[in-house]
Design a protein around this ligand. Structure first.
Ligand code: 5AD
Ligand code: SF4
Length: 464
């Protein structure tokens, strides 16, 4: 694919034909990083960079990193080794290649990254992306730049908005970060340290961004936050709004046919949010609500501040409000002190909930978190065995959910051309890709599709 010319609205293309600086951005980890990478690309576009999908030709390689588990962080260092060689090769040809590390590894490790990978020119944490153009200027002058302070100003007030053309290029679904950071301090998790304490964006900012997206043709918006349902803000009437109220407001925006939000904490599912699931047809019947474990002893050690029974009761209330809701979750096996009996409690909870989809991980001790210091670390082989059993159960549930859809007719948002000629791919209300004949509709249409068969985590359908 040809690199696309990105410039700020109304700005002249900074250097015409061939001379523009090129940036290659690689994103690791969660959806919030995907959103941040787009906003960084928007900021870099205003600074005269065009995006490229070819790392070898980039003048700036930016890795937007994830620190959630050790494996994620280590991937970054092996990639940096490869990029260092590219940079050396470019230097031999007299060309400069800057290397930037952004995201949660940047925040957690700061200058240590430059110590371990001296080819890195710039380290920038998630709270300071609006300073990226300035930081780059310094880096181009030969300085090693580390920007990881928590900014006092709001980065979103300073980051440029994407051009309409870029929004359209990114497709008919979009992410919108409404909240960042976490005050919950689960004992396994680095997020409160890498993303800082909970901050909510204002109602006005969120509504304006959602309206801009809808006006550019976006049909589905996913509100993002590490603790998205802890979002709160002052409404235009001066009262305090929660996420439920915000969703009611966003549902009024013409053209926005589908709303989603992720990731939620069970303790922040309040009545208004549950009412939104009951009353808003555009709020998709899918909820990612991580529980992490099914044993009360482990939940306590994880500092989740709820029991397994609290979680099950909550799901009952949500299902009473929206019977067709599909549940998704996250699980950690092998947290310190987890016994066979504790793990069986997790299996039991999974059976009780019946998930349409879920993510499960082996516990990975993260430096600086209380969990890493706890006694009773579980042997890798035991973690492996538990993960396998849990994933077998979750797969069975996911397949049963897919199979239950065969023969039904569902609303599908058509998103993109399929991998095979003649096909298009849509998205079900429960997030599965739906593969249809290309004549079924155009990108951006929401069509009725009759499910004919299941694939691996996907559905085949024909226009109903
Ligand atoms: N080890 C394993 N999994 C983790 N997660 C968060 N921290 C860790 C860790 N230290 C998982 C949780 C969380 C998801 C995003 O990643 O399940 O919900
Ligand atoms: Fe991490 Fe827990 Fe906060 Fe989620 S709620 S980001 S798991 S500390």
């Amino acid at each position: 694919m040809e690199p696309e010319q990105i410039t700020q609205d109304g700005a002249e293309a900074p250097q015409a034909a061939g001379a523009a600086k090129k940036v290659f951005v690689k994103t690791y980890g969660c959806q919030m990083n995907v959103y941040d990478s787009q906003r960084m690309s928007d900021a870099l576009a205003a600074d005269g960079y065009v995006a490229t999908s070819v790392m070898e030709e980039a003048d700036l390689v930016l890795l937007n990193t994830c620190h959630i588990r050790e494996k994620a962080a280590e991937k970054v260092y092996s990639e940096l080794g490869r990029i260092r060689d590219l940079k050396a090769e470019r230097a031999r040809n007299g060309d400069e290649m800057l290397i930037g590390v952004a995201g949660c590894v940047a925040q957690a490790e700061g200058r240590e990254i430059i110590r371990r990978a001296p080819a890195v020119d710039l380290v920038i944490g998630p709270q300071t992306y609006h300073r990226l153009p300035d930081a780059l200027k310094k880096a181009r002058g030969g300085e090693k730049v580390v920007e990881t302070d928590y900014a006092l100003e709001d980065k979103f007030d300073h980051l440029p908005q994407p051009r309409r053309a870029d929004v359209i290029n990114r497709g008919v679904t979009a992410f919108l970060t409404v909240q960042e950071g976490c005050d919950k301090f689960c004992t396994f998790c680095v997020v409160p340290y890498t993303r800082g304490s909970e901050v909510s964006r204002s109602v006005a900012q969120i509504v304006a961004e959602a309206e801009r997206l809808a006006a550019a043709g976006v049909r589905e918006v996913t509100l993002l936050g590490q603790n998205v349902n802890a979002w709160h803000g002052e409404g235009p009437d001066g009262s305090e709004w929660g996420l439920g109220r915000l969703l009611f407001r966003l549902a009024e925006i013409p053209g926005l046919s589908r709303l989603r939000y992720t990731t939620s904490h069970p303790r922040d599912m309040d009545d208004e949010l549950i009412a939104a699931h009951r009353d808003l047809p555009s709020l998709m019947p899918y909820l990612h609500l991580p529980v992490q474990a099914g044993s009360d002893r482990i939940l306590k050690a994880m500092n989740r501040k709820h029991t397994a029974a609290d979680y099950l009761r909550l799901i009952e209330r949500i299902r009473a409000a929206r019977p067709d809701i599909a549940m998704s979750g996250d699980f950690i096996v092998g947290f310190p002190g987890e016994t066979d009996a504790d793990f069986e409690d997790t299996m039991e909870l999974v059976r009780a909930v019946d998930y349409a989809q879920a993510f499960s991980f082996k516990y990975s001790p993260r430096p600086g978190t209380p969990g890493a210091e706890m006694d009773g670390h579980v042997a890798e082989a035991v973690k492996d065995e538990r993960l396998q059993r849990l994933q077998a159960l979750l797969n069975e549930q996911q397949n049963a959910f897919l199979a239950s859809l065969v023969g039904t007719t569902i609303e599908t948002l058509i998103e993109k051309p399929g991998r095979q000629a003649g096909q298009i791919v849509g998205r079900s209300p429960w997030l599965q890709p739906v593969i249809l004949d290309e004549k079924a509709g155009r990108i951006g249409d929401i069509v009725s599709a009759r499910i004919t068969n299941t694939g691996h985590a996907s559905l085949f359908a024909e226009r109903a």
